[in-house]
Each structure stands twice: as structure tokens, then as C-alpha cells.
Unconditional design. Sequence first.
Length: 227
Amino acid sequence: MNKSVISQILFNFFMFKELAPEQIGVIADHSQFIDFPKGTSIFNRGDAAVGLYILLEGQLKLGVTSPQGSEKIISIVTPGESFGEAILFLERQFPVYAQAIMDSQVLLVPKSLIFSMLDNDPLFSRKMLAGLSIRMHQLVQDIEMLSLQSCTQRFIGYLLQISADAPDASNITLPASKSTIASLLNLTPETLSRTLAKLQQLGLIEVNGKDVMITDVKKLHSYDLSI
């Protein structure tokens, strides 16, 4: 992939969107593409951050494993999203692992380059802080969802969120397995299955494997508010 394509990817990334073309060019010169086949690790819990990761293709999961071997999914990363930046700036070890759940490609912006630009360019620093503030706001919303909403509200909120980004808001494909989505929403797989069955019985959705048809987006949203 040539430099102009890399530069466009970086320019469209929210943290770098306001940077000058020459700054984007510097980042593009030092960034690298890495392919991760399905099932491979991007980093493990306890690893040190080596840079900022941007997912270009595929899908990743961030999670933790208990001493007993049970898995908790913290986040599902989709194309266009970054991950690992908080640990990068804190210069600590990753508290989670990152693993490809389908063949994926990642753009890695090296830590040494980011720190150099932060040290020497105040505007670059402000734009990076703005991006991190956006991410923090999203995390606060996620915590609120898990803490205050019922299992049905969590799933409806998740469904409406991914449908908003889909070409056809009424016909979507779940971006991960149902067990992974259940873990992400802090539900058991059995609870998620009951929630799907309940929404189907109410005529709000139709489910065929990972394909979900929302019969009426407004009705689904209204039902979510009425719970």
C-alpha cells in the first residue's frame, strides 16, 4: 500500500483528522501494516505497548481470562477503531489481550514517533487529547449501559448502535458470535438467547443465525424506552 493511501487512512482517523498534511506524511512514513490471521494475538496481557493500533480490516476482541480459564470480552474492535492507546500513554503493561477473531490487518503507529511529536508539537498534543476525550466519553456510556440497563435494554441498545452504521438499518449481520456479544454485554449466552426469543415473539426482530432483521427500527427504539 502506497504512502498516499496510508495518509488518507490516517487523515480519516479521528485522532489525526485536524493535523497538517506534512504531519500526516511523517506519520505515514513511519507506520507499518501488519496482518493477523484469525486466532492470532496482537498482544497479550502483561505486554508493553509498542505503538498506537488502528484496525483496517477484520475484527478483534479485547478480553481477559480468569485463573479458572473463563473469558470476559471487554470490547469488540471493528475497522476504523483504534485500541491500546491508553496503555501507550500511561507506559504500563496491557491489562487485556487482543486477538483476531477473523483475518485482520492493523496499522501500527510507533510509540517513539508519537511521543516525539507530542513533545515537539503542542497542536498535535491537543488533537490527540481531543480524540482520547471522545473515547473516554464512549467508555462512560458503555459503563452506564452495563450498570443501569436491563439485559433486554443492553441488547436493543447494541442492536440499534450497529444498525445505525449498517448500509441497511433493518437488515444487519451480528459482527461476532452470540457468545462473544453476550460477554461484551455482560450477559450469559442463555440470557441472550432468551432475549432474542422474546424480541422475536414480540415481532420486533427476526433472527436467522447471525443475520438479524429489525421489522421496525422505531418500534424497537420505542420498546427500549418503555422498559
